[in-house]
Design a protein around this ligand. Structure first.
Ligand code: AMP
Length: 219
C-alpha cells in the first residue's frame, strides 16, 4: 500500500505515520526527518536547507524531488511506503506520479490529517523532541516518564527551531498557499483523498485511519 500523508503543521501527521507504518510493516518516509538529519550531520544538503527550515519556508522542489526519488528506489519500499510531508506542492505531486510511473507503482491513498488552527497552535507550543533519537513528545498528551528527558536515551528534550510561534505562523501560510492545492490534486478526478479529523484522541485517529486504509485495500 502506497500512501501519502498530508496535513497542517501539528495535526499529528508524524505520530500517525509512525503508527501506521509499524502496523502495515512498511517504511515511514518523513522528508522533514530526512532534512533534520541532514542538518544535524552538516551535509551539503543540510547546509543548504537549514535557514529555509528555520524560517518555516519550503525547500526548493528540485532538491526535494531528488531526495524522494532516491529514497523510493530503495528495496524496502517494495511492499509499500508511507510518505509523510511530501508532496507539499503540486509540482512535487506531479513529479511523484512520474517517478512512481517509472517504477510501475502508484499512490493508493492520499490521507489528510486535518485540525483547526487553534488546536494546532496549542499542540505545537507543547511539542518537544529528543535531539538524539527524534522521538516526539507532547507536554500535554505524550509526556515523557521523567520530565524534560527522553524515555529511550535520557537526552534532554528540546523544542524544534521551527516550532516557535512566528515560524509556526509562516508554516501555516505556506501550507494554505502551497499544500492545499495538492489536496485538490488528489481529491479531484483521481478520487484518492481520505480525510480524517486529527483533533481527536491519538488512538481514535489511528483506528479511523486503519479503517480507511483497509477499505481502500479491499475496495
Ligand atoms: P515537517 O517535519 O514535515 O513539518 O517538515 C519540516 C520542514 O522541512 C518544513 O517546514 C520545510 O521547511 C521542510 N520540508 C519538509 N518536507 C518538505 C517538502 N516536501 N517540500 C519542501 N520543504 C519540505
Amino acid at each position: 500500500m502506497n500512501v501519502v500523508l498530508m496535513g497542517p503543521p501539528g495535526a499529528g501527521k508524524g505520530t500517525q505515520a509512525k503508527r501506521i507504518a509499524r502496523k502495515l510493516d512498511i517504511p515511514h518516509i518523513s522528508t522533514g526527518d530526512m532534512l533534520r538529519e541532514a542538518v544535524a550531520a552538516g551535509t551539503d544538503l543540510g547546509l543548504k536547507v537549514k535557514e529555509i527550515m528555520d524560517e518555516g519556508l519550503l525547500v526548493p522542489d528540485d532538491l526535494m524531488i531528488d531526495l524522494v526519488r532516491e529514497r523510493l528506489a530503495r528495496e524496502d519500499t517494495r511492499n509499500g511506503f508511507i510518505l509523510d510531508g511530501f508532496p507539499r506542492t503540486v509540482e512535487q505531486a506531479i513529479a511523484l506520479d512520474r517517478m512512481l510511473d517509472e517504477l510501475n507503482k502508484e499512490i493508493d491513498v492520499a490521507l489528510l490529517v486535518d485540525a483547526d488552527e487553534q488546536e494546532v497552535v496549542k499542540r505545537i507550543s507543547s511539542r518537544r523532541v529528543c535531539p538524539e533519537c527524534g522521538k516526539v513528545y507532547n507536554l500535554l498528551t505524550i509526556k515523557p516518564e521523567v520530565e524534560g528527558h527522553c524515555d529511550r536515551d535520557g537526552s534532554r528534550l528540546i523544542q524544534r527551531d521551527d516550532d516557535r510561534p512566528d515560524t509556526v505562523r509562516a508554516r501555516y501560510r505556506v501550507y494554505s498557499e502551497k499544500t492545499e492545492p495538492v489536496i485538490r490534486y488528489y481529491s479531484g478526478e483521481k478520487g484518492k483523498l481520505v480525510k480524517v479529523d486529527g483533533s481527536g484522541e491519538i488512538d481514535t485517529v489511528t483506528a479511523e485511519i486503519v479503517n480507511h486504509l483497509e477499505n481502500a485495500k479491499h475496495g
